[in-house]
Design a binder for this molecule. Structure first.
Ligand SMILES: [Zn+2]
Length: 299
């Protein structure tokens, strides 16, 4: 049941990477057309808004054919409230649309003194101690979701190759092969010095406020997920002094990041060779048997 939701296998979850950029208008990329904007969809948990449907003609797409992708502003977060459940509404829409390839863009803070502000990263793994209470799974009995390969190496590789061409120096591009580990912290505040130190000791290179619920939701709906993010600051205590002002970095890089996101939608390859879909497994139907009086009886 589509509920009026456009059907497409591609979706871009826009985040702070492109705040302040009119997307895709300001990029003036050839062959890009907004089919419809200002879209809102009803979900079982309320409405989600600020969606648009964008069409790419065949000039830039991986298969030379026109394609459309769904795009939501700012991870689907409400403009005027902090709402952790917003990711579930977004994921439900993506599932109804039949989305299989998801790119999310964002900014992040560095926990690793060798990962500098202005660097662009496609992470390889995540640390998320919270996980989300707002799962889109229909109960615990029906599916297993493994955490192997939470970030699609194929989709991340596409974004990394595009970034190698577009990302301005002195920032560098770290593709999924570098296995950058990103910790998730809901925010909205940044980490304390003690928290940053704790995450660093646990192996995180960067920290992000949207990445884990999106990666988890992508796994729950059987889609590939890549996170395209750039570093806007060191977290407190990582280096003495902390570095340059965050907003200046953002002003310099928001357009380049948005262009990488757009071209990643064009270049994403629609197959399952990466293996991500295999990490969501349907369980035998009789697992859901109620032991006391179910049709299969107790085992
Ligand atoms: Zn994949």
């Amino acid at each position: 049941m589509s509920h009026g939701i456009p059907q497409t296998p591609f979706a871009l979850l826009s985040g702070s990477a492109g705040w302040g950029v009119r997307f895709p208008d300001d990029l003036e990329e050839p062959g890009v057309r907004v089919v419809e904007r200002g879209l809102a969809f009803d979900t079982p948990w309320g409405a989600t808004d600020n969606w648009q449907l964008v069409e790419l003609d065949g000039r830039a797409t991986a298969d030379g054919r026109p394609r459309r992708f769904l795009n939501v502003f700012s991870h689907g977060w409400p403009i005027d409230a902090i709402d952790h459940s917003a990711h579930r509404r977004v994921a439900w829409v993506l599932a109804q649309a039949g989305v299989r390839k998801i790119v999310a863009d964002s900014t992040c803070g560095s926990l690793n003194k060798a990962l500098r502000p202005r660097d662009f990263i496609l992470p390889g793994d995540v640390i998320d101690f919270s996980q989300t209470q707002y799962s889109v799974l229909d109960g615990r009995f029906r599916h297993l979701c493994f955490a192997n390969q939470m970030f699609c190496p194929a989709l991340g590789g596409v974004a990394a190759r595009i970034a190698q061409d577009l990302w301005p120096g002195p920032g560098r591009v770290f593709g999924p092969d570098t296995r950058i580990v990103v910790a998730h912290n809901w925010g909205p505040r940044f980490t304390s010095r003690a928290e940053a130190n704790a995450y660093r000791q646990l192996g995180a290179d960067a920290i992000n406020q949207s990445i884990a619920p999106e990666a988890t939701a992508a796994r729950e709906i059987g889609a590939c997920f890549a996170s395209a993010s750039y570093v806007v600051c060191y977290e407190d205590g990582v280096v003495p002094g902390g570095g340059e002002a965050l907003d200046g970095i953002h002003a310099d890089l928001a357009k380049a990041a948005s262009r990488i996101s757009l071209r990643s939608m064009a270049q994403a390859v629609l197959n399952d060779d990466c293996g991500c879909a295999g990490y969501r497994v349907e369980r035998p139907a009789d697992y859901a048997t109620i032991a006391q009086d179910g049709p299969s009886g107790a085992r």
